[in-house]
Write a new protein. Sequence first.
Length: 250
Amino acid sequence: MITSLNFSLFPSKELFTFGKNTLSIAETKKGSIIVIEPFLNNAKTRLATFQSAMERESKNPLIKTQSEQDSVRIDAFMTFRNAAESATTRRKEGVSAAGIEIVATIRKHTWTIQTLGQKARTAVLNNIISEIKTKHAAQLILIAGTELMEELEQAQHDYETASTQVVESASENNEPTVGESRPELIAALKALFQIISLQEIAAPTADVSALIAALNELIINSLSTVKASGTRAENAKKKADDSKTGTATN
C-alpha cells in the first residue's frame, strides 16, 4: 500500500515539486500498468493548471502582500506560542497551570504552523484563536497574553484581507487561483495513489510493487524535507528572538 500522506503539510512550491516527481515516477510504469494511464493524464492536467496559477500569481503584486502578511501572522503565532510556553514555568500562583492549558490547546491543533500550506494554516489559526478565546479566556488573562492574542488576531485578519484581494484579482481575469487549483491537484494525486493501491490488491505484479516502493520513498523523503524546512525556520526565528532579547537585556 502507498503510505498515507497529509497534503496540507506541503506549501505550494513543495506540492508542485512533489506532484511533478510523482508523475515522473508513475510515467515510467504506465506501459506495464495500463489502468493508471487515465488517472496519470488527469493528474498531469491538474498539475499544469496549478503550475500556471503559481506562475501567474508570482507576477501579481498582491501576492507579495499576501506572502508578507503570511509571514507576519507566523511571527505573531510564534510569539504567542513562546509566551504561553514560558508561562508554564512561572511560579506565580495559577500562571503555570494556565500556560499548560493554552499550550495543550495549541498542540492539539498544531505546534508548527509554518510547515502547513497557507489554506491549512488559516484554518488552524482560526481554530486556535477561537478555542482559546472561548474556552480559555481566564487562562489567557493569567498568562498576560491578551495583547499578544490581539496581535495574532489582527495578523490573521490582515492576511485574510490580502487573500481576498488576490482572489478578487484572479476572478477578474477568469483564471483559476492557486487556492482553487490546489485541491483539484491533490484530488487527482489521491485518485492516482488509490488506483495503484487497488491494483496491488487486484492484480499484483513486480512493476506495481516497484512503483509503490518508489512512491513511498518519495513520500518519506518529501515529508522529511518539508518538516526539516519548518524546523529550520522555527529555529531561525527562535535564534532571532533570543538575539533581540539579549540585545535588549544588555
